[in-house]
Design a protein around this ligand. Sequence first.
Ligand code: SF4
Length: 321
Amino acid sequence: VERSFEIDIDRLKEVVFSRDVRVVGLQLPEGLKRRGPEIAGILERECGVRVLISGNPCFGACDVDTRLLGRVDLLFHLGHSGRDTHRIVFVETPARVEVERVLEKALSLLESERIGLFTTVQHVHSLRDARDFLEGRGKKCVIGKGDGRIKYPGQVLGCNYSAIRGLDCEELLYLGGGSFHPVGASLATYKRVVAADPFTLKVEEINPELVVRRRYAQLSRARDAENWGIAVSTKPGQFREELALEIKRKIEKWGRKAFLAHMDLISPDSLLNLGGEAWVSTACPRIALDDSSSFQVPVITPPELDVLIEGKPWKMDEIWG
Ligand code: SF4
């Protein structure tokens, strides 16, 4: 699968040749990290630059390795879509996989006539083909635009479902792998979601109930905590300090204690060592929603705190742009 994601090395070389750079940084998502040494070798041999690969985990365009950026003239951030700056160049890595076979299978699960299509950046280039295929089978497809953090129509992030919110359709079809995005879409829109993975050819209707049950279990563990930690990530696209301060005020007004903790990576050990009985994470929503089982203390999202304190209905934590 790793080789099914296209990396446009010629573009990297062109960018290097067009600028006066001597040291280049390379940041890759976990699934593509193993290709780092090969790309570094090509750039070093053919462009005469020194390449430093980031070994830190990289989860999204929000997660630029700022330490490495301080040591290089130019940083290539691969695998995510973002806005280039003069020293950071985002290089998307589109999946090269045909989608018709999995769409054919997905047809049997789709119940309504009007379908909203969405995916991650790796498959956005296939959405037009998907729409043509489904419309050729009698469906009507809609693809939404999204807010300022969304680069392509139909694209979602784990923390941003603006491209499908309010779409005029009864159900949604996700093209891509993994369960987080389709579950997130279901929780963000309350619509029926079918997921179709073009690599494994697995198609399924998403059932978000288990996730919601787990979230309410976390909330009941957190409910009586007297001493709350509020985690603020220093990753550029996840830094929500204003929100963290507002949360601190809310918790104190609720009659409990609260402290802010800044950290790059929010790990089980860092939370445990700081000693909060329960935590609100203002960083990537996946930390609370996807990784909660690895933390020994309950970790909840900012909107979940409103469920606890104000009895508001549960809602997805999203970062708007
Ligand atoms: S904050 Fe959003 S874009 Fe960044 S890793 Fe999390 S879900 Fe992805």
